[in-house]
Design a protein around this ligand. Structure first.
Ligand code: 3NM
Ligand code: MG
Length: 518
């Protein structure tokens, strides 16, 4: 490979349709975006005469050369040859890569659109200079896309080409904008191969200030997302259940000492109970379902719980606003996909919430977690879970989902499974009364949020600490002499949450001996 690698960090694809460009000048927008730092420009015109296209390309190449940025032409090898620009971008229905290469020669930059593993491997083997992977998210800019592949699809392609030994550069495309760029970039990246950049149309072409838009997007590509927290220092890594168990008291103590805010956007059924559990566990609850409030609340050092137990269209918009606010400053979010598989509305809600922000922890029962994973057989009856998977299958599921989302997955049940995509912790604590009281699952989400707020650097340990606090409190409550059933259990449970917290603060860790963790 004699030719230098292209900087794909911020790849602009033009679009001069009025719906996107408005009444601005294409040349002006491209020049402004270059000032802002765009690193590649692709001229993409789906209509118009060849002569006019060549004229446009000629004018653009004068601009891109000033900024030392390559100009590529979508699909039209003839136009690229006519103007002598740096290369082309071809789709699956366009000219064959080998033919384009013959026509343009070895030094031309040729990129190929791919949306699955087969296309990606073929393009790499055929000598593509880069892959445009998409469509990541549905976008009004291109409505005839073949496949919406999400970040999971992008990551799968990256992993596959890396495994095959290809070092071909990559960008992703489709629905990328300033509010989702960092999450898409982060979740799409595979261990062995990250994306080299992102390609956008409307995020720049439709912007009122393309210079500022490009500048901001480039800065987002080049910086660590705020919601990614540096892990614990080496030597302190809790790589097994014992290591995590040792850190539980410190996490509980920190909750006790700092009273973190637990901002709950939760359902009507559990608001009161969740607030009481938060208080007993040592957090400061606020039940605020109005998304606008998150802009202020997210700055208070706490965490957010999104519980879609009584989801509504308006509620969803509120979730997005809050999610954005917390993601932007890197404060943690717990998502509780209550009844995820029960109705098609809820299945769609799960997808859109996943597409609207980064969720540090997702907590649900088996049916819910299966739905989040995309298992369409996980039809639920009401919001209760029906068990179908055995232990090893559950481990596999939580691990795969956590790896896909790059977060922590908690799957509750008689046995709980908690995974960060690498390690999976199995917890055998709890009591059957928890299943006889409404909202215990939801309030576990609240308890996890408190731990997460004080221990963002290790979400797995935070989740495990909260689960142990919660479930051992249930065990201790159930054996109190006054407890005769689920009714008397509830107050005793609140008492035990509180008692465990106070005992831990004083250094009494006898409760933790009940932990059954592996
Ligand atoms: N190609 P926006 S998606 C030009 O999937 C194009 O190959 C796609 O527009 C593909 O950044 C797309 O405005 C449009 O969402 C992307
Ligand atoms: Mg094409």
């Amino acid at each position: 490979m004699g030719k230098p690698a292209v900087d794909l960090s911020l790849y602009l694809v033009t679009d001069s349709t009025p719906a996107i460009l408005g009444n601005k000048s294409l040349y002006h927008v491209v020049e402004e975006s270059l000032k802002g730092g765009v690193t590649v420009v692709q001229l993409r015109e789906k209509t118009g005469d060849t002569g006019a296209l060549i004229e446009t390309a000629k004018r653009l190449i004068e601009i891109t050369r000033k900024y030392n940025v390559p100009l590529l032409i979508n699909d039209r090898i003839d136009v690229a040859l006519a103007v002598g620009c740096e290369g082309v971008h071809i789709g699956q229905d366009d000219m064959e890569l080998s033919t384009a290469r013959q026509l343009l020669g070895p030094n031309a930059i040729i990129g190929v659109t791919v949306s699955n593993v087969t296309e990606a491997l073929k393009a790499c083997e055929g000598g593509a200079d880069y892959l445009g992977i998409g469509t990541v998210y549905a976008t009004p800019t291109k409505t005839n896309t073949k496949e919406i592949i999400g970040t999971a699809g992008v990551r799968h392609i990256l992993e596959t080409i890396a495994d095959a030994g290809h070092t071909t550069q990559t960008v992703c495309i489709g629905g990328i904008n300033e509010s989702n760029l960092q999450r898409i970039f982060y979740q799409s990246g595979a261990e062995k191969k990250k994306l080299d950049g992102v390609a956008v149309v409307s995020a720049i072409m439709a912007a009122s200030d393309p210079d500022a838009a490009a500048r901001h997007l480039l800065q987002l590509v080049r910086s660590q997302p705020p919601f990614v927290h540096e892990g614990l220092p080496k030597g302190l890594q809790a790589d097994d259940a014992d290591g995590i168990l040792q850190r539980v008291p410190a996490i509980l103590r920190k909750i006790h000492e700092t009273t973190p805010l637990s901002h709950n956007m939760t359902n009507l059924v559990v608001q009161n109970f969740a607030a009481n559990v938060a208080l007993a566990a040592g957090a400061s609850p606020i039940m605020a379902n109005y998304g606008e409030e998150a802009r202020d609340l997210c700055k208070l050092g706490g965490s957010l719980v999104i519980n879609m137990g009584t989801v509504t269209p308006e509620g969803l918009l509120n979730y997005y606003k809050a999610l954005k606010a917390y993601n932007q400053i890197g404060r943690p979010v717990v998502f509780d996909p209550v009844g995820a598989g029960a109705t098609s509305v809820r299945r769609e809600a799960v997808k859109s919430i996943l597409a609207n922000g980064y969720l540090d922890v997702i907590k649900g029962n088996e049916g819910e977690i299966r739905t989040v994973f995309g298992d369409h057989d996980a039809q639920q009856r009401g919001v209760d879970s029906t068990s179908a998977l055995d232990g090893p299958q559950k481990v596999k599921l939580v691990k795969a989902l956590a790896a896909r989302e790059k977060n922590v997955i908690v799957m509750t049940g008689k046995t709980d499974f908690v995974s960060d995509g690498v390690k999976t912790i199995i917890i055998e604590n709890g009591h059957s009364y928890l299943g006889l009281v409404t909202g215990t699952g939801c309030t576990l989400g609240t308890t996890i949020s408190a731990a997460l707020a004080v221990h963002t650097e290790d979400k797995l340990a935070a989740a495990v600490a909260a689960i142990l606090h919660f479930e051992i409190a249930a065990e201790l409550a159930a054996i109190q002499p006054e407890v005769k059933g689920p009714g008397t259990f509830v107050p005793a449970f609140l008492d035990q949450l509180y008692a465990i917290r106070l005992a831990t603060a004083k250094g009494d860790l006898s409760w933790l001996k009940r932990a059954r963790v592996s």
